[in-house]
Design a protein around this ligand. Structure first.
Ligand SMILES: Cc1cc2nc3c(=O)[nH]c(=O)nc-3n(C[C@H](O)[C@H](O)[C@H](O)COP(=O)(O)OP(=O)(O)OC[C@H]3O[C@@H](n4cnc5c(N)ncnc54)[C@H](O)[C@@H]3O)c2cc1C
Length: 446
């Protein structure tokens, strides 16, 4: 029987051979924040990611609806890493971890570690209906955003050619399943496309005929936001032409239709914005997980029995005041810094790591091109000022100066003109070919 040889990935030649090795899996918000906090320490730090870029997920909805290009919200990890002396980047898909031998497995290669930080984020949760993924794509990655962009703009194009009114109606029906920030932001952006950006672009078709349905199981959209704000957001969406349906559930999704409770809608565009589950990190570690697959971590973010392994961000279940912390970028960023600080403590000989405390800076969301919601403690406001606050704060979190400038200009242009300049879609045949190559390389279809 043929056995596969496991190769060991050579150490970073720029670092002293005696430097302890820190491996960070995931170059997202949590992983990058940990790497930055470990800069200038006598360590060999390696970030491993299966993408060669950092993705700014909060602005993905703009890529999906033609407002921004992918390069506006991504940053090459190699360009981030080369600025830090003790850090290197390796592109690769992590498949497992050998805890006993302290090895991260990247296909048939092994990367040794002394300290490990897992920051592999989350994927979409179809709550036991994985078969719906084919009909109702989600929005977690750049690839997903391109698929949704293709779906949205192709729908308007096909509707322009469609002679049968019923089919045209189905082509122009957009159903967003899940009324969290992603569903709300996408619904607002599609409504603006239909009612403003595409106005006058077609000969036969009035894009404003689009029926945009936002489906939310609980009684209010935007769970986690104060009820009064969530209701204002729902009213704003209705004014923009979105059919907001709360307290109802999607019972079935099929080819060209969706069942909302007992009502069947012919819909060619169904987008899943309902739930997340953690990456498979808990399986790699054999660690206890919550029902969403998030690894239950100790107060210092390490895992029980392994003081050198930390789990952070969307893939960690960290508890504060008796409740799990939400899957938000600031949580991941603060946890990344904390894991780095605990590693420094361990190296200094301190056994018990300091407990992590999340500093909650509040919540924000946008509805369309000029309306936002802000909730910071008792300070709550909505409207243009809240939208400006959302835009400026999110722009500041973009990694590079180039992206900050470009995104600021794009937002200003969209605000003034409603124009969405990134409507390029690749014909579906070509994309299907690309997708197969991509998935053949071992990536998950989720
Ligand atoms: C559409 C959308 C909008 C959002 N909007 C907001 C918002 O407005 N405000 C907010 O605070 N939060 C928002 N979030 C949530 C926020 O983006 C996440 O909480 C945050 O990204 C979590 O950071 P992380 O480091 O845990 O994971 P991520 O940032 O997701 O990073 C995980 C990294 O791990 C890599 N990876 C995963 N598996 C592997 C593997 N097997 N091998 C190698 N690499 C791997 C991935 O490529 C990725 O780079 C949004 C999320 C989405 C999807």
């Amino acid at each position: 029987m043929a056995t596969t040889m496991i190769q060991t990935i050579p150490p970073d030649p720029m670092q002293p051979a005696t430097a302890p090795r820190v491996v960070i899996i995931g170059g997202g918000f949590g992983g990058l924040s940990a790497a930055r906090a470990l800069d200038k320490q006598a360590l060999e730090v390696t970030i491993v990611d299966h993408n060669n870029f950092h993705l700014f997920q909060p602005m993905l909805y703009q890529v999906a609806t033609g407002g921004l290009s992918s390069s506006d919200i991504t940053t090459p990890l190699r360009s981030v890493v080369h600025k830090m002396r003790n850090l290197r980047f390796l592109m690769g898909h992590v498949t497992s971890i050998d805890i006993a031998k302290q090895l991260v497995m990247i296909d048939n290669q092994a990367l040794p570690y002394d300290y490990l930080i897992l920051a592999t984020g989350a994927s979409t949760n179809y709550f036991g209906h994985q078969e719906w993924a084919k009909m109702a794509p989600s929005m977690k990655s750049i690839d997903d955003a391109f698929k949704i962009r293709r779906m949205v703009f192709s729908a308007f194009e096909a509707a322009e050619r469609e002679p049968e009114p019923a089919k045209q109606c189905a082509l122009l029906t957009f159903v967003l399943v899940g009324g969290g920030p992603t569903g709300v932001e996408l619904a607002g952006a599609i409504a603006e496309l239909a009612h403003h950006s595409l106005t006058g672009d077609f000969y036969r078709l009035d894009p404003a005929m689009a029926h945009i349905i936002l489906v939310q199981g609980p009684a209010d959209i935007l769970p986690g936001f104060p009820k009064a704000l969530a209701r204002r957001a729902a009213r704003k969406l209705s004014q923009m032409g979105v059919d907001v349906r709360t307290g109802v559930h999607v019972k079935d999704v099929g080819d060209g239709y969706v069942m909302i409770e007992k009502e069947k809608f012919a819909a060619e565009n169904i987008i899943w914005t309902a739930g997340v589950k953690a990456s498979p990190a808990s399986k790699w570690l054999g660690a206890e997980a919550d029902r969403d697959g998030r690894v239950r971590v100790l107060p210092d973010l390490s895992i029980p029995g392994h003081p050198n392994i930390f789990v952070i961000g969307d893939t960690a279940h960290a508890v504060q005041a008796g409740r799990p912390l939400p899957g938000l970028a600031p949580v991941a960023i603060q946890e990344g810094k904390h894991a780095a600080a605990v590693i420094a403590e361990r190296m200094a000989g301190k056994k018990a790591g300091s407990p992590f405390h999340y500093f909650d800076k509040g919540m924000m969301a946008t509805v369309g091109r000029s309306y936002g919601l802000v909730s910071i403690g008792l300070i709550r406001f909505t409207g243009l000022l809240a939208w400006l606050a959302w835009v400026f704060i999110h722009i500041m979190f973009l990694i590079t100066f180039r992206n900050r400038i470009i995104v600021m200009l794009q937002y200003a242009w969209m605000y003034l003109t409603y124009e969405r300049g990134s409507q390029t879609i690749i014909p579906s045949g070509a994309v299907r070919f690309m997708d197969e190559d991509y998935y053949d390389a071992g990536y998950s279809k989720e």
